[in-house]
Write a protein that binds this ligand. Structure first.
Ligand code: NAD
Ligand code: UDP
Length: 312
């Protein structure tokens, strides 16, 4: 197949491009390099089945493809809050442009949504049936509401135009090719530990997240794209149900890196969710998927990547 990956030069997108090429597909990677980089896909450039396009998804684009993975959107709070209006445009206009293309060429299309659609959840763990608790005027809303509208558009293009859609709600994912200055907790802690700096824990550090290694996530995403089922157009959670406080994560990073750590507490950002853990029953039943890589193992691989990257 010929497959388009928007945001393909980013952290998750680059792993997806790599995996799709390994499976023998032609891959078109489209990115505006806001948070991604050519470096993330440099190792793919020699492959004649790989094409790289600099383009912004807020603008229309005309390509002929069989499948579209719509991953273009900054994912780290510091990046999506840098230009919040642009973040909303990326999610909403990006979804409209990609859905329009899917409709025109009859491509199947998958949207990268997020656990952020659950906001600061009052139901724990979060099943797909939970409608969420999002502050629609807060600092995180450009991302959360942008993704919620993207989901709405996907369901409406499916109901109204019969576009073959998929929606994945991704929970915190980590691994090699996260940007060292990305600002998300796993990359921050690892880079800080390797540089001998204090680990910046926001608030008390008792808030929780559940961390999925990128290879597990990519496996689930590809299964979702290629599964047929009457219910397949409804959102599917993908994430690792292992839940950790940020204080526990700091200790895990210390073990994985072999570094002694000191902690510095900084203020908790506005609307920071207190707890988050995916209910993955639906992914289990529909896709026969569950994550395989425990946090300690995934952190080791990620530490190795950052150790090499910091050296160079
Ligand atoms: P990332 O920032 O590394 O990747 C996003 C990519 O999209 C980058 O390459 C960036 O340059 C590109 N991009 C941003 N705006 C664009 C635009 N207007 N036009 C074209 N390209 C644009 O982040 P990531 O972690 O790889 O996230 C990828 C997707 O997965 C995002 O849609 C994100 O919302 C979603 N997601 C990620 C996580 C996670 O934990 N990593 C969790 C939930 C959802
Ligand atoms: N966090 C932290 N120190 C950091 C970066 C983040 O304690 O240096 C906390 C943050 O407040 C949040 C959690 O780690 O509670 C996860 O943050 P991240 O930005 O990685 O993801 P998100 O909040 O979007 O789930």
């Amino acid at each position: 197949m010929r497959i388009l990956v928007t945001g393909g030069a980013g952290f998750i997108g680059s792993h997806l491009c790599e995996r799709l090429l390994d499976e023998g597909h032609d891959v078109v990677c489209l990115d505006n390099y806001f948070t991604g980089s050519k470096e993330n896909v440099a190792h793919l450039l020699d492959n004649y089945r790989f094409e790289l396009i600099r383009h912004d998804v807020t603008l229309p684009v005309f390509l002929e493809v069989d499948q579209i993975y719509n991953f273009a959107c900054p994912a780290s709070p510091i990046h999506y809050q840098y230009n919040p209006v642009k973040t909303v445009k990326t999610s909403v206009m990006g979804a409209i442009n990609m859905l329009g293309m899917a409709k025109r060429v009859g491509a199947r299309i998958l949207q990268a949504s997020t656990s952020e659609v659950y906001g600061d959840p009052e139901v724990h763990p979060q099943p797909e049936s939970y409608w969420g608790n999002v502050n629609c005027i807060g600092l995180r809303s450009c991302y959360d509401e942008g993704k919620r509208v993207a989901e709405t558009l996907f369901m409406d293009y499916h109901r109204q135009n019969d576009v073959d859609t998929r929606i994945v709600r991704i929970f915190n994912t980590y691994g090699p090719r996260m940007h060292p200055n990305d600002g998300r907790v796993v990359s921050n802690f690892i880079v800080q530990a390797l540089r001998g700096e204090e680990l910046t824990v926001y608030g008390t550090g008792e808030q929780t997240r559940s961390f999925c290694y990128v290879d597990d996530l990519v496996e689930g995403i590809i299964r979702l794209m290629n599964t047929e089922d009457d219910d397949i157009h409804l959102p599917v959670n993908l994430g690792n149900p292992g839940e950790f406080t940020m204080n526990e994560l700091a200790q895990e990073v210390s073990k994985a890196s072999g570094e002694n750590i000191n902690i510095k507490h900084l203020p908790l950002p506005q609307d920071d969710p207190k707890q988050r853990q995916p209910n993955i029953n639906r992914a289990n039943e529909l896709l026969n998927w569950s994550p395989k890589i425990p946090l300690a193992e995934g952190l080791k691989k990620t530490v190795d990547y950052f150790a090499e990257r910091i050296k160079t």
